[in-house]
Design a protein around this ligand. Sequence first.
Ligand SMILES: Cc1ncc(COP(=O)(O)O)c(C=O)c1O
Length: 448
Amino acid sequence: MIKKLENNNFISNFEKSNEYRRVIHGLIPGGAHTYSKGDDQFPINSPAAISHGKGAYVWDPDGNKYLDALMGLTSVSLGHAFEPVLNRVREELIKGSNFSRPSIIEREMAEKFLSLLPQHDMIKFAKNGSVATTAAVKLSRAYTGRKIVARPYDHPFYSYDDWFIGSTDCDFGVPSEIKDMTVMYKADDLSSLEMLFQKYPNQIACIISEPEKFNIIEPNFYDKAIELAHENGALWVMDEMITGFKTDYPGSIKKFNAKPDLATWGKGIANGFSFCALTGKKEVMNLGGIKDENSKKLFLVSTTHGGETASIGAALATMEFFEKNSVVEYNKTIGQYFIDGATKIFYNHKVEEYFSLTGFNWSVGLIVKNQKKEPCMFYRTLFMQEMIKRGVLYQGILSPCFSMTKKDIDLMLEAFNDSVIVFKKALEKGYDNFLIGSEIKPVFRKYN
Ligand SMILES: Cc1ncc(COP(=O)(O)O)c(C=O)c1O
């Protein structure tokens, strides 16, 4: 049941959003093209869609303005409609966007990206991260002649493809034969990985893992983990979709001087444009080549839009800007400023046991807890409701971008402080006296 919003200066006009919500589910299954953008991931008093964005801000169809805390699911690392990127996109657009042979910009990109990665020799482009991770799995299977893929159970997402999604609660539509080919271990735990190799001897084709979901405590973790994989005949795929251009430039691979066989890239590397990539060692990547006569042909990634020029131009401009402006460091400063401010707010209001900040200064997560000090979707939704009301489009993650200033974070902290005050009242009186609509639901679940 939807209760009436109190009448005050907060954002309360969602008329056009509500109309959008009513129509969209009849047109688009899920109402969006990423499940984490869906209506079930937001409180009812939130924008149903975005009309446009500029810098760190976005506007909804009712004209309400928000700070975009998650910056396009972390894909917008510089800012919405960021001029230096748009300039290069415009240059490419007027030259044409897709041809019947590769565009010369593909070579420019291949040479540029690989110059950042001494570990890797070859690159293949994609429009979505899932295409890149699935290509890595396919290559690993072909290279090793094995079927099984191993992935950490405590990392949320690698692909919408069957090999991954069949290993989550959302396995409807995935044949059990495919589900059985993905096995799990605990991330950052070498003994858990070792046990997996013992359980499935000579069967694991690759380990696919994000490099930094939690703090890695074990020294030289990646040297040891990759060696363990190689001793057992498996390849290591480092998925830098989230860490790329955030933990370091180009990513954690450099920070740890890691030498994975393959790596996958997406999200922030093209400032929101659709450019993703698979990079890797020649001996593996070249299986997708056509020059070794008489070797088996592997149909690696082959998509009509993989070489589309505007997005490649966007990625090149993004890289140029990162290199000239120390963006990684700047974004971390912004994230740290938020962490320090939010921590102070928790202590000021004596609620530090009801909130936890997770992640890192390049991506700051938030856990909201109930009276029992357990993570709770109802209180989390209430907190988001209060933040959105105050002009911060917040899903519990801050993904800093170059267009965010400390002043923007001050405004976010002001909203955060006031939302904590409401949260405190709700702890006393119950969330149901404050929460307007339904609670948000987990993305990976068996039933709607
Ligand atoms: C770690 C990781 N890998 C892969 C993907 C898939 O990327 P895409 O949504 O572009 O297909 C995601 C998306 O959230 C991700 O977080």
